[in-house]
Ligand binder design. Structure first.
Ligand SMILES: [Ca+2]
Length: 185
């Protein structure tokens, strides 16, 4: 179904553009990751946990991503490479190493206080590193932060985050709360 493909690829493109290709040249390169580490270091300081996490985790994610592509040229990830990785991940029974490293990293990045929950203020602040404005992040948070009974909650556990993450990357249902996890698509 073309509309299912379109919906999935719209979400994946959003993740590619907002969270990886920070200089918006259409390619993910190590320099995009490096730029993010630098921004976090400037905003939050070189001794902050969030800076240390980014510095430790991003080289690992980069290596796992480029390994998963398996191209000769390991220096560049194009949007079509990225779609291919996301399709493979969606169709694979086992979570690929890069996805696991990426979701773990994002949760650690978001959970600034280290209490194993991501609250709205943390979410809004970290999305700000990626250039997402506060109004949009606040709105997104209200679209996915629900408990099983549909009541709004003010923080997301790691397990809940993982469920929302899977919905973002794999769900074909635009109504799934996870659609909003990474901001406005
Ligand atoms: Ca780039």
């Amino acid at each position: 179904m073309p509309e299912v493909r379109q919906f999935l690829e719209r979400k994946w493109k959003h993740a590619f553009t907002t969270f990886f290709d920070l200089d918006h040249n259409g390619i993910i390169e190590w320099k995009d990751f490096k730029a993010l580490i630098d921004v976090i270091g400037e905003v939050r300081g070189k001794k902050s946990d969030v800076f240390i996490i980014a510095k430790l985790c991003l080289p690992d994610i980069w290596q796992k991503l480029t390994e998963a592509i398996g191209k000769e040229d390991h220096e560049k990830i194009t949007l079509s490479d990225w779609f291919e990785l996301c399709w493979k991940s969606k169709n694979s029974p086992k979570e690929p190493a890069w996805q696991k490293a990426y979701v773990d990293y994002m949760f650690r990045l978001l959970d600034e206080s280290g209490d194993h929950f991501v609250d709205q203020a943390e979410y809004v602040q970290v999305l700000g590193f990626f250039g997402v404005n506060k109004k949009d992040s606040n709105h997104s948070f209200d679209q996915f932060a629900f408990d099983n009974r549909g009541n709004l909650i003010n923080s997301i556990s790691k397990r809940h985050f993982h469920t929302l993450w899977k919905q973002f990357f794999h769900s074909e249902d635009p109504e799934a709360p996870g659609t909003h996890l990474l901001g406005k698509i």
